[in-house]
Write a protein that binds this ligand. Structure first.
Ligand SMILES: [Zn+2]
Length: 374
């Protein structure tokens, strides 16, 4: 059994979901509507709710209290926080989304354009430079991260992995109003692309599908900063169902790729309350390892025929299967939750969803099965 989370915790999760849902709504609206959206009101509302919930978190006690490691810096009332990550490299965050931009001799390289930031992204950039944005990099095609890319100048160069370009071209092909779709990339690459301007470099690498086909590793070698979106959520368990990973094997392997191939101190994950470090990636790798094992044990110990016998009638196979899934998820959650509920925020709420994604992948995905049964 999972104990009911404290009300403040439910509030925080509710707010987070509302932020994500609202952001998706904004992202899917006409780009002109994005700029016309009452961003001041929206951001102030979100910031006030996040700050309010932080006060409540401090008061939370019990198994599902949010650990200190999940807490981030307060977001100023202007709705965003800019921090220097290293030489000419800056992060921007609003308490729910985060991204980064680089200032070079020839202008600014902006990564992503989350609609939750919208025009605030340009204000954040203007705080540190008066140079124009002339390059944009898309981490991946999801519009809650790039949906506001229409805020940048029309002649901007947009770089993305070719799968991201394909996804956006497909969206344009079916869109009733093409301006709803973020601008299609002007430069695409298959595996690697190095963007070097003056003495600054960003390395873009693709290792195959993980969270989504086209989701890339963005690395600033001089600053030792790695950006990888919607894989690692510093201080928190991932968004539900392994952050809706399209490729569970790719999602699992992304942790090893980050740790084995990149020398980084700071990590930008796209969410949630704070930026991360190398240790945050290692911590989530540990969580995913434990999840793999818990899901495998649950799959082994929960016997389908026994669940079917308990149900007692066989006229609705989906009903039996739902009881089977519930039993596997409950077993997996029992194995995993005690170790992680005080280490990662949201563990008590979202672990059952991660148990479902992993146990289902271990049942049907031959690569995940091979990976977890070695
Ligand atoms: Zn995404």
């Amino acid at each position: 059994m999972i104990t009911a989370p404290p009300r403040s915790y439910v509030l925080l999760i509710g707010i987070t979901m509302a932020v994500l849902a609202l952001s998706s709504l904004i992202a899917s609206s006409h780009l002109k509507k994005v700029s016309a959206f009452d961003e001041d009101g929206y951001i102030k509302f979100i910031v006030s709710k996040v700050n309010e919930s932080k006060t409540n978190i401090t008061e939370s006690t019990g198994a599902t209290a949010v650990p200190d490691s999940a807490k981030g810096p307060s977001i100023p009332t202007k709705g965003y926080l800019v921090e220097k990550l290293g030489d000419s490299l800056y992060s921007v965050m609003d308490g729910s989304y985060n991204t980064m931009f680089m200032v070079t001799d020839k202008g600014v390289v902006a990564i992503d354009a989350p609609p939750s930031l919208g025009q605030k992204y340009l204000k954040a950039i203007a705080e540190v430079t008066n140079k124009p944005v002339n390059y944009v990099i898309y981490s991946h095609a999801h519009i809650d991260h790039i949906g506001a890319a229409g805020i940048f100048p029309k002649n901007v160069t947009i770089i993305a992995q070719e799968e991201t370009a394909r996804e956006l071209q497909n969206a344009k092909a079916v869109a009733k109003n093409v301006t709803m779709v973020p601008p299609v990339p002007t430069i695409t690459f298959t595996k690697n692309y190095n963007l070097t301007i003056g003495n600054q470099t960003l390395k873009l690498d693709y290792y195959g599908s993980n969270h989504l086909p086209g989701n890339i590793f963005i690395y600033a070698p001089k600053q030792k900063v790695l950006m990888l979106v919607d894989i690692v959520f510093p201080g928190w368990v991932p968004f539900p169902y392994l952050a809706i990973a399209k490729n569970v094997t790719g999602f699992i392997k992304a942790h090893d790729i980050a740790l084995d191939k990149y020398d980084f101190d700071k990590f930008v994950g796209g969410h949630l309350t704070r930026l991360g470090t190398r240790n945050d990636v290692a911590v989530q790798k540990g969580f995913i390892e434990d999840l793999k094992n818990a899901a495998m044990k649950a799959n082994q110990e929960v016997i389908f025929s026994k669940v079917a016998q308990q149900v007692g009638h066989f006229d609705n196979p989906w009903f039996i299967y739902s009881k089977y899934i519930d039993a596997v998820n409950e077993k997996c959650t029992q194995l995993l939750l005690p170790k992680w509920e005080n280490k990662l925020g949201g563990a008590g709420v979202f672990i059952p969803t991660h148990c479902f994604s992993m146990s289902e992948a271990e049942r049907v995905d031959p690569t995940v099965q091979a990976l977890t049964q070695k």
